[in-house]
Design a binder for this molecule. Structure first.
Ligand SMILES: Nc1ncnc2c1ncn2[C@@H]1O[C@H](COP(=O)(O)OP(=O)(O)OP(=O)(O)O)[C@@H](O)[C@H]1O
Ligand SMILES: [Mg+2]
Length: 281
């Protein structure tokens, strides 16, 4: 006989409740909740200034929230900084890019995790094993199907999109628990964007969940398993793309529509809703 008990929800990989972050009079995070499930691509969307980057920074140790609780694999956790989050397997591609422009691609791939040469040259003189780092970087890039030419070229000689690809590749290569990408395709052309979306799928297929912040609705609808809609510093809705149209999601984002407890929608701002071309759900 079939078990009629409702399917048990898996333990979230990363979650948060009631996060708050104030900058003087500005409340960047205003009691935000968050949930990332195993194996999913979770899109985080919201207007400019809604607090998406702040939320992601709080979840990845780049800022310390004033209040609220973060859990990793169910255990409460407090990251002292991004390095500690990385040690816990969370890799982030920040919106304000964190690559070292004067260093080459391979050195950027190994930033903070450099391979030293064997023997006293490495242990005493701290000399880097550049060959090994280039070889391993080449392997990562090949596995992720990213082509950038010579891995010995300085990152400052790359285009904005190519730099983004280095940051994305680094995150995908090292992540063990979570990959976070804040607007990874914003600076990219059509072809490069498609490659990053492919990369996100490959990371997910390795079993690592991905948080993707994006303003690009077609990308979000193409790739996300769920959508976290952020508005005025908090999570306004957590939905499945199949259940809503793109216009409805945009309307939720702008406050024209609200999602009800049963997953329906109500018009909370008639004028805005009709401007967005959506009707009562
Ligand atoms: N370091 C800071 N100091 C002061 N205010 C800040 C700081 N960082 C963010 N804010 C403010 O917090 C609010 C949320 O900013 P945040 O960057 O998180 O938004 P966002 O949703 O990522 O926007 P965007 O879509 O433009 O990237 C904004 O009002 C912003 O001005
Ligand atoms: Mg942002």
């Amino acid at each position: 006989m079939k078990d009629s008990a409702p399917e048990k929800k898996p333990e979230p990989v990363l979650s948060a409740r009631g996060l708050v972050k104030r900058y003087g009079h500005v409340t960047a995070i205003d009691g935000a909740d968050f949930e990332l499930l195993p194996g999913e691509v979770l899109a985080v969307i919201g207007d400019n200034g809604a607090g998406k980057t702040s939320l992601i920074k709080a979840l990845t140790g780049a800022l310390v929230p004033d209040a609220g609780e973060i859990r990793l694999h169910g255990e409460p956790i407090r990251f002292s900084g991004p390095l500690e989050a990385r040690r816990h397997g969370i890799e982030t591609v920040y919106q304000d890019l964190a690559v070292a422009p004067s260093m080459d691609i391979a050195a950027n791939m190994f930033l903070g995790r450099e391979i030293r040469r064997a023997g006293p040259l490495g242990t005493v003189f701290r000399m880097l094993d550049k060959k090994a780092m280039r070889r391993e970087s080449a392997d990562y890039m090949a596995a992720l199907q990213i082509r950038l030419g010579s891995l010995g070229q300085a990152v400052e000689t790359l285009s904005g999109g190519q730099r983004q690809a280095v940051a994305v590749a680094r995150a995908a290569a090292w992540a063990r628990s979570v990959v976070v990408m804040d607007e990874p395709t914003a600076a990219l052309g059509v072809k490069e964007s498609a490659q990053v979306l492919d990369l996100i799928r490959r990371v997910r297929d390795k079993g690592i969940p991905v948080i993707l912040i994006s303003h690009n609705m077609p990308h979000v609808f193409e790739i996300a398993d769920r959508i976290h809609v952020h508005r005025l510093g908090r999570r306004e809705a957590l939905i499945k793309p199949a259940d809503y149209s793109m216009a409805e999601v945009v309307a939720i984002m702008t406050g024209a529509l609200s999602v009800t407890a049963d997953g329906g929608t109500v018009v909370s701002d008639d004028e805005a809703a009709s401007a967005a071309g959506v009707r009562r759900g």
